[in-house]
Ligand binder design. Sequence first.
Ligand code: PMP
Length: 420
Amino acid sequence: MQISGDALHQRVVRQYAEFVNPYLARLMSFAGFGVEVRAEGCHIWDHEGRQYLDFLGGYGVFSLGHRHPKVVEAVKRQMDQMPLSGKTFFCAAAGELAERLADISPGDLRFTFFSNSGTEAVEAALKFAKGATGRPHIVSTEGGYHGKTIGALSVTGREKYRKKFEPLMPGARFVPYGDTAAMELAIDDSVAAVIIETIQGEGGIHIAPSGYLAAIRRRCDAVGALMIVDEVQTGIGRTGLWFGCDHDGIRPDILTMAKALGGGIMPIGATMGTPAVWDAIFSENPLLHTSTFGGNPLACTAGIITLQVIEDEGLVERSRILGERLLAGLEGVKQRHPDLVSGVRGKGLITGIEFTMDDVGELVIAQMVKRGVVAAYTLNNRRVIRLEPALIVTEAMIDQAVDVVTEAVAETGDLIAALL
Ligand code: PMP
């Protein structure tokens, strides 16, 4: 017997409260979120059959939207043939995806280690950097986000998430993002690597200032440190080029990606490296770093088709053009509400709105959800919310989202004025 939407909602909230995480259940209920039931393209439907325009996009996962038919079809075909690797034989899909990634990635990046998530991709990157150089220190940035497993957390620049779990991996150094002098000072010959986002996603959509990444590259070369570029959120076309570091012509030693690579269908993480890094890590022992599920046929098939769809549908270029439209629309919101909106910024379809006060973004998001558009918080910045729609989003959807942001900001402003 099919249960009603309301009964489903009540049951899931109870199960979350009793068996998943009671505090999360309370937070999500307070924010008014329902149960997701179905998704297609740029839309999600909840337990009441309500349709939402998805401008959160799984924090960058749904670059092809939800359930892109070509990825669904390829993964289904692979499912019928061989879903997971037997682990003793070569896996054709892993070889193919690795070759495709070598084609589109910058500089001398040639080899790929496959895993299952962003944080795992970062773990591998940290291990490779430490192993290849034999050095103890990693330089990272305040507000930078690299994941929540112990290694990745050790280089994630927010005390709030680290404190309870200390001591973490030793050797992390933090400098303010965008401060070239501080970065250059922190990189000495005890440093294995710098790990850096080309746009801090969770940190509040901070775009690397002009010349910043190039200065890091130069300083790393000068002292023999490696440069790890974390493109878990910015990679695979999101910023209007294949990778965020392509805007500055940077050639990283190690590059991480995840989210969008699985086409919104499969979880996958990938760590790319130069021949020098791979030689240093794997020449003596090819099994020095491994993953049971990493490089599985389903995820790699999803990755291959995703890259193909992005190319066939011109989505990298589309991200650049539609990103400009979205940013122009948000600029209008800022001009209309300078009391509440202090800045809007973005590159391609990764966009942030900065508010003049902490936590206003949460109210704006609630107002947006009420109007049928979903947006995202940033985990490391209480003043910034994110819009990361699918790269297949239409002009009309962008305009709809801008209208909704306009209304949501206006209503939030009225609410705050009434409270003060
Ligand atoms: N690096 C960056 C830049 C990220 O944005 C994220 C996730 N937001 C991660 C790493 C961690 O990825 P995951 O949540 O898949 O472990």
